[in-house]
Write a protein that binds this ligand. Structure first.
Ligand code: AMP
Ligand code: MG
Length: 483
């Protein structure tokens, strides 16, 4: 049977001007081997649920079967606030688009596929360590309900890759509804190629924002959508305690999906100034700064679209950002605390809670999960998480008073809260344990963690220890841009 099963492929992006992409053959990895295959996602795409040799050859660059037409995309972007015109797929290739059974279309992309014309000083490779992090995190976010690129499979190899030490080259097979980034539009704008910008805009509206097509001002309608989805995405990151780490405009998806995983991190203790990227010396991409950066990046996008959208319209679209983000964040906080109705005092209740968590360095995820157990475990285990017990008791008293204005029973509320407050998240130390084992040739922990993170809201008692606080060695972990 064909390894491609009944999968359906297309190549729409390939029809755009060659100024936006170049054909590049992947450089094969030596002795490739499967680390993991996302069987459930594969089935949704009509691909085999078991990884096979023919697919391994194709995804690791040894063969280029018929549906694959590898291209490297050209884009640019603002990195840490400075414009860099020289970006593009330096190590990733878009192979084709693949159509899911349900009708969705995904770009199928391999990250770590070798040199391209945009590799600059890089080697075109991705190491196993960072590929495992991207693989696990994209699926973890998906199962938390956060828009994200997906991961279909992960390949390791014997190809040596030199970072701080010698590592092995890996390929993460990434799916995204689109790989079009803010930086694509910036590239067209800053090179003065307005025809190209228009072509890309028309393509993006037609393929990714079909509802905007019939609007009076399709480009403006598209920008408005991008503002809304980006605001909602960043509200979700902050509500779940996720920090992206490198929010450059080339890492911003036009579709508001979490994109390009590098030195990301989930909060352990609640610290608003948490910087997960060891190379982010100024804290530009600190956890609490993500909402501001989202707007900064959207403003950069809006500027790139200025040849085709009037200034007043751009401003009006950008003005949607803050209220949308606040509204989404407040909805998520109400879900996390089980408050269905909206009361004036809620804002103060939430901000006082954040202060309590921050002052007492309380583990963010464990706190909300424990708050979701008031129905069967009472308040004591919540208070036990907080050093200042009087302050904890004070906040809980207010919270319980506030709950009296709700109509749900304790049990109904807590049951619903457990669907919004995960027990399991991809903490750095969990990823690190899986990486250490995989680097020693044992991929079983990647598989186990993948399985646990598929059901973040379920109790999964056999995996209880995956919800533990990080061990002391985890505080020493430094995650940098090196990948
Ligand atoms: P990132 O920080 O991973 O978003 O990458 C920023 C830019 O550098 C992108 O254009 C990447 O394609 C490129 N890049 C990152 N790592 C490498 C590498 N090892 N070889 C070639 N290009 C790379
Ligand atoms: Mg990137």
């Amino acid at each position: 049977m064909s390894p491609w099963f009944k999968a359906k492929f297309s190549h729409h992006f390939h029809t755009l001007s060659p100024l936006l992409h170049q054909s590049v053959q992947p450089t094969p990895l030596e002795h490739p081997q499967w680390v993991h295959w996302n069987d459930q996602l594969a089935l949704e795409l009509n691909l085999p649920d078991q990884p096979n040799q023919a697919m391994l050859q194709a995804f690791s660059g040894h063969e280029c079967p018929n549906p694959f037409r590898p291209i490297a995309m050209k884009y640019a972007g603002h990195q840490f606030g400075y414009y860099n015109p020289d970006l593009g797929d330096g190590r990733g290739l878009l192979l084709a688009e693949i159509h899911a059974i349900q009708g969705e279309r995904y770009d199928i992309h391999i990250k770590g596929a070798g040199l391209t014309p945009f590799s600059r000083q890089g080697d075109g490779r991705a190491v196993l360590r960072s590929s495992i992090r991207e693989y696990l995190c994209s699926e973890a976010l998906f199962h938390l309900g956060i828009p994200t690129t997906r991961a279909l499979g992960l390949i390791n190899s014997d190809t040596p890759v030199y970072r701080e030490k010698t590592e092995t080259g890996a390929i993460c097979i990434r799916l995204a509804h689109s790989h079009i980034r803010f930086g694509h539009f910036e590239h067209c704008f800053y090179t003065g190629q307005h025809d190209l910008l228009k072509q890309l805009l028309d393509y993006t509206v037609q393929h990714h924002f079909p509802d905007c097509h019939t609007q009076e001002k399709p480009y403006l309608a598209m920008l408005q959508q991008v503002v809304l989805t980006t605001a909602q995405l960043i509200a979700k990151w902050n509500a779940f305690g996720f920090a992206h780490g490198v929010l450059n405009t080339d890492n911003m998806s036009i579709l508001g999906e979490t994109f390009d995983f590098g030195p990301f991190g989930f909060l352990d203790n609640y610290q608003p100034n948490f910087i997960c990227n060891h190379s982010d010396y100024q804290g530009r991409y600190a956890f609490a700064n993500q909402p501001n950066i989202g707007l900064w990046n959207l403003t950069a996008l809006a500027h790139a679209l200025s040849p085709f959208i009037e200034r007043a319209d751009l401003d009006q679209a950008l003005a949607l950002y803050e209220p949308t983000l606040n509204q989404e964040f407040s909805l998520l906080m109400r879900q996390k605390t089980g408050l269905l109705s909206q009361q004036e005092e809620d804002q103060a209740l939430f901000s006082d809670l954040f202060r309590l968590l921050s002052d007492n360095q309380v583990d963010y995820t464990r706190f909300f999960r424990q708050l979701s157990q008031l129905d069967n475990q009472g308040t004591q285990p919540v208070i036990d998480l907080i050093l200042d017990r009087d302050a904890a008791q004070g906040w809980l008293t207010r919270y319980q008073h506030r709950l009296q204005q709700e109509t749900q029973t304790d049990q109904q509320r807590c049951q619903a809260m457990r669907q919004h407050n995960p027990k399991y998240i991809l903490r750095n130390h969990l990823a690190q344990i899986a990486i250490d084992k995989a680097e020693a040739g044992d991929y079983s922990e990647v598989a186990r963690l993948f399985q646990v993170l598929k059901k973040p809201f379920d109790e999964q008692p056999e995996f209880d220890h995956y919800a533990n606080l990080p061990p002391s060695w985890a505080h020493e972990l430094e995650i940098s841009c090196s990948s």
